[in-house]
Design a protein around this ligand. Sequence first.
Ligand SMILES: Nc1ncnc2c1ncn2[C@@H]1O[C@H](COP(=O)(O)OP(=O)(O)OP(=O)(O)O)[C@@H](O)[C@H]1O
Length: 391
Amino acid sequence: MIEAVGLTKRYGDKTAVHNLSFQVRPGAVTGFLGPNGSGKSTTMRMILGLDNPTAGHVTISGHPYRQLPNAPRHVGALLDAKAVHGGRSARNHLLSLAQLSGIPARRVDEVLGVVGLQEVAGKRSKGFSLGMGQRLGIAAALLGDPQVLLFDEPVNGLDPEGILWVRNLMKALAAEGRTVFVSSHLMSEMALTADHLIVIGRGQLLADMSVTDFISANSADFARVRTPGTEPQAREKLTSALTEAGGHVMPEQDGALRVTGLPLPRISDIAHEAGVRLWELSPHQASLEEAYMRMTQGVVDYRSTDDQKAGLHQVPPPGAGPAVPVPGQGQPGWYAPPPPQQGGPLFAPPPGPYGAPQPNPYAQPAPQGQGPGQPAAAPVTADRTEPEDPR
Ligand SMILES: Nc1ncnc2c1ncn2[C@@H]1O[C@H](COP(=O)(O)OP(=O)(O)OP(=O)(O)O)[C@@H](O)[C@H]1O
């Protein structure tokens, strides 16, 4: 088990992790989720003794990593797949790690087989694609057959087949009773892989619960209601009537209404009593991805802005044709999630063994339209392999 208590890390006046307390239990895959820069890698580095906490502590099986007897056999980690001597072959890289940890050399070929790199084991890793590098990093993590495994963004750069393989590998490792802690940005992937979730934003805990509980707590049911497009006054009348009856009504981009807090038959009755015809009344559930986005929307460090292309285009003359629609913008089928409770926190973490969360020093206004933009996804390079450097 991994246990963090009051874990805090400051770099100068920058707080990367603030008062984080959680447990990662054996026999389950625990997903570690948070937006870019939320402190996931910093937390993982502290777990592995690569960074010292400013306050608090973290233990693995009851010991700080550096005091663990035979740590490399007990804990395996993939932190940075690029942290490899590129001139070495995959096999030699793993052999050198094995020698350092007293692991028999035959184990190297076993893990090369597990990650599917047997064919390129003799090639220099600097010719490896991003996905091959990830596989090599996973092989290194598995080398000591450890009980505790940490993976920082293990599916980064993997193709769909590779992503499925990682998903099944994580589940299989947990089913063997191991502790598996996996960081990701991707709620959708974690929903398929993890049993338990720890969600952080700006270094502070936002949620610590099972995936099942997260889904039922966050994937709110709602109704979509549409009145005839030719009768805008009917839409307003219905909005008032539903609000009066205790519903929460939000306009959708395609002109429909999103209604929460009222069952469908009640909405139908209210419309009938108000003399409003309905063209649509349908049940929906907000996706888990929406729930995660909603939970973390206030703690995102990097936001993209619309590209205004100032001065690059001539203003079209009046009466010119409509702009080409942009996928996902202003089109039917895109549903804005309901806003968080007015004045309340985005998410109230359940009372845990560590008491209520403390105020977050990150409580600064999120940058509005000034961020440097979402960093582009790392490119997937072609599978190039070179023979090993003879040096
Ligand atoms: N060595 C360091 N010196 C100064 N600031 C740092 C250092 N390491 C991390 N930070 C800052 O701490 C914050 C958390 O970074 P961290 O890499 O842990 O986030 P993350 O959740 O892993 O991000 P990503 O998902 O983008 O990898 C960031 O603002 C980062 O700039």
